[in-house]
Design a protein. Structure first.
Length: 182
C-alpha cells in the first residue's frame, strides 16, 4: 500500500511533488512505512486545541507525526510554508527553495523514523528515541543523496572524504575547547 500525498497548501510546490515523495520514500524499506496512510502538505502546522500553550512553537514546526488514534491510521503532516520560508526576505526564500528537496527528505525521514521507532521497534527507552531517530534520518538521507544523479553530487563525491576528514578534525577541536572551558 502506497502513501497517499495530499496538497492542502497554498504555497507553490514543485509540479512533481508526488513523484518526489515517492522517490524519497523509495529508499526506506516497506516494513518501516507499514500502516502509514497519507502525507499531507499544509502551510503551517495547526496543533490541537488541547495543546494551545504550544501555538508559538507550532508556527516554526516543519513536520508533525500523527500516531494512530481510535479508528484513524497514522499519518504525516509537512508544513510547506516553513520549508519554503514563506514569510521571510527574498534571499532566504530563494535559499529555502534551492534546498527544498533536501529539507523535505530530512523531514519525511524524521517522520518515518518516528513512526518506525514508536510503533514497530521494541526495546527502546524513551530517552533513546532522539539519538535513534537522528541516526535513522542520517542513514537514509545519505542513501537518498547518493541515489540522486545531479551535478552537485557528481562534483562533490570525489571531495567527500576530504570534507569528512576536515569535519572530524573540527569536531575534535570544538570538543577539546568545550572541555577546556568547563
Amino acid at each position: 500500500m502506497s502513501i497517499k500525498v495530499e496538497n492542502q497548501s497554498t504555497q507553490k510546490l514543485p509540479k512533481d511533488i508526488e513523484q518526489l515523495v515517492e522517490n524519497i520514500l523509495g529508499v526506506v524499506p516497506g516494513e518501516h512505512k507499514r500502516g502509514l496512510s497519507r502525507l499531507v502538505f499544509v502551510d503551517q502546522i495547526k496543533l490541537d486545541s488541547r495543546l494551545s500553550g504550544y501555538a508559538e512553537q507550532a508556527q516554526n514546526l516543519p513536520a508533525l507525526y500523527h500516531p494512530k488514534q481510535g479508528g484513524s491510521q497514522p499519518w504525516l503532516e509537512v508544513a510547506a510554508g516553513v520549508l519554503l520560508m514563506a514569510n521571510e526576505s527574498w534571499a532566504k526564500r530563494y535559499a529555502a527553495k534551492a534546498a527544498f528537496k533536501a529539507n523535505l527528505a530530512s523531514s519525511v525521514y524524521s517522520l518515518v523514523a518516528q513512526h518506525y521507532h514508536f510503533t514497530l521497534s521494541h526495546g527502546i527507552k524513551k530517552n533513546q528515541y532522539e539519538g535513534k531517530i537522528r541516526a535513522y534520518v542520517e542513514k537514509y538521507h545519505q542513501t537518498w543523496r547518493e541515489s540522486q544523479n545531479d551535478w552537485r553530487a557528481k562534483l562533490f563525491n570525489p571531495l567527500r572524504p576530504y570534507i569528512e576528514r576536515i569535519a572530524k578534525w573540527l569536531n575534535k577541536k570544538v570538543q577539546a575547547e568545550q572541555k577546556r572551558a568547563s
